[in-house]
Every structure is written in C-alpha cells, then in structure tokens.
Design a protein around this ligand. Structure first.
Ligand SMILES: Nc1ncnc2c1ncn2[C@@H]1O[C@H](COP(=O)(O)OP(=O)(O)OP(=O)(O)O)[C@@H](O)[C@H]1O
Length: 246
C-alpha cells in the first residue's frame, strides 16, 4: 500500500523576517524553509540582500523583526565567497583544516576526500588555484558533518568548467552527508539545473518555486533582463569611450 506523504519538518525556517540597516529596509517579510537533502538557491541582483539574509539565518546579524527557527543541536557548515590570506603566511592545507581547532587526522582526510582535494593535504594554501581553494573551503565546512551547508557565492572567480565541477561536487555532498544546502549564486544556468527550490530576492522574495517556474516568471525576467541590459549599456559605454580615444 502506498504510504501517505508526510512532509518532514524543516531544519531551518525563517518567518516574517525584516532587516533594517541604518533605518533603511534591506529585507522585508522573508519566509523560507529548508528541508533535509534539499538544495535551495538564493538569486537576486547585486545589493538585493542575499548576503544579509544568509547572515540573518546563521545569526551573524539580528533581524529587526521576525524570527529564524533552527534546532540548537544542528551543525551548520559555511563556505564563504572568498578567503583573504596573507600570501607570505606559510600555511598548509592540513594546518588550515585544523584552525581554529584540531580535528582527528582521519576526519580531515575524509573531508578533503569528499571535497575532491585529498591530494592537496600538504600543499601551501597560497599556491592553490581558485577552484582548489574553494574545494578546501568546502572541505573545512564539511569537517563537522553539517546538517545544513550554506554557500555564499562560492564559485565567484571560477571559469565555466570550475563552476560545473563545483556544483557536481555539491550534488555528491548532498547525497553523502544528507544535509540541506542553501546557496547564494549568480550562476543562473547551473542554478536552474541544480536547485530544488529557487528564491528570487529583491529586498523581498519576488518569486520562488521550482527552477523552471521561477525562470518563466515575469518578476524574474524583469530583474535579470534589466541586469543584462545594464551590463550591455556598460559595455557599450566602455566600448564607445575606447573607440573615441582611438
Ligand atoms: N553593514 C551595512 N551597512 C550599511 N548597508 C549595508 C550593510 N550591509 C548591507 N548593506 C546594504 O544592504 C543592501 C544589501 O546588501 P547585500 O550585501 O546583502 O546584497 P547582496 O544581494 O548580497 O549583493 P551582492 O550580490 O552584490 O553580493 C545593499 O544596499 C548594501 O549596501
């Protein structure tokens, strides 16, 4: 007999979240839920509040009103946009994995292996390529076996191949760790392939749902169509200046 489908409780839930900074509304009336093994992706133009929302969800900033519900026992792994390392600091990947606290050797190895960079154990952090560095940051987020993995534009600066490989790895991580994944991303094409649920943010959530639903939404098209037009205008402006100078 088929079993009735009972939706599992979300691992993280935000209700009526509002954030104002210096009196200016940055996020308004945000509702979201994140379930185990679900990939939710946040997209939105520059300055639309994506990073602010991530910070509010992980408790790095306090919302002006509304609430974030998350079980205190859950482990959260976080992959930042980028890492600024002093290139003169002689630090190996293995040492970096043990900051700020030491982990068991086999846990470090497992995390590096699951992120696809087990061979970089003794490499100098300053010598890593952009793609390798992002994998090491992913490994560090995985070391505590997170229930929720949060990535804030983790593929910034990678080429198309690097982006595709990284998302493939995220898909494997979801399966092996059975974690919920929340990503901020600008890689619209890959988002549309990878995410289970897409939230399109512009101060408030202007559309959301399955990727194909969001992609065909007029709000999404208005936002990203406009951004493309702006990029084109910038390009034209720059191009004309160069042509005038010549
Ligand atoms: N500490 C702060 N003080 C003042 N304004 C802030 C602060 N943090 C964020 N903001 C403003 O909040 C808005 C949203 O910023 P946020 O960084 O969350 O956007 P974003 O969608 O992540 O942008 P991007 O895609 O460019 O990274 C911006 O207008 C930004 O200037």
């Amino acid at each position: 007999m088929p079993q009735p489908i009972t939706p599992s409780a979300p691992l993280l839930r935000a209700c009526q979240l509002n954030v104002r900074i210096g009196g200016k509304p940055i996020l308004e009336d945000i509702h979201l839920a994140l379930h185990r093994e679900e990939i939710v992706t946040l997209i939105g133009p520059n300055g639309s509040g994506k990073s602010t929302l991530v910070k509010a969800l992980v408790g790095a900033i306090k919302p002006t009103s509304g609430r974030v519900e998350i079980d205190a026992d859950l482990r959260i792994g976080y992959v930042p946009q980028r890492l600024h390392l002093d290139p003169t600091l002689p630090i190996t990947v293995s040492r970096f994995m043990n900051l700020p606290r030491r982990h068991r050797r086999e846990d470090v190895h497992q995390a590096l292996s699951n992120a696809g960079v087990e061979t970089l154990h003794n490499a100098a952090m300053s010598q890593l390529s952009g793609g390798q560095l992002q994998r090491v940051l992913l490994a560090r987020a995985l070391i505590n076996r997170p229930d929720i993995l949060i990535l804030d534009e983790a593929t910034q600066g990678l080429d198309h191949r690097g982006i595709a490989d990284f998302y493939q790895k995220i898909e494997e991580v979801r399966q092996s760790y059975r974690c919920a994944i929340l990503m901020v991303s600008h890689d619209l094409h890959v988002v549309m392939r990878t995410a289970d649920h897409v939230l399109c943010l512009n101060g408030r959530i202007c559309c959301e749902g399955k990727p194909e639903r969001v992609a065909s939404s007029p709000d999404y098209q208005a936002l990203f169509g406009e951004q493309t037009a702006q990029m084109l205008a910038l390009y034209r402006h720059h191009h004309e200046e160069v042509a005038d100078a010549g």
